[in-house]
Design a protein around this ligand. Structure first.
Ligand SMILES: [Zn+2]
Length: 65
């Protein structure tokens, strides 16, 4: 019988028995993988959501040459 490791938890899975969830051992692992996928695709177009340390006000106050 063919066994494959679940991509998520590495549990050996009987490939033929797990037609619904393969290559995962369970629906849960399948959903975890799906969640990671969604997370990945969300990151691709994402810009770093970092707020600059200085506000424009503070920046203006810095210019005291
Ligand atoms: Zn698993």
């Amino acid at each position: 019988m063919t066994k494959v490791p679940c991509p998520i938890c590495k549990t050996p899975v009987n490939w033929e028995k797990q037609a619904d969830t393969r290559p995962f051992c369970s629906q849960r692992c399948r959903l975890i993988d799906l969640g990671e996928w969604l997370d990945e695709s969300r990151r691709i177009p994402g810009e770093p959501a970092q707020i600059p340390d200085r506000t424009p006000d503070e920046d203006d106050g810095y210019r005291h040459d």
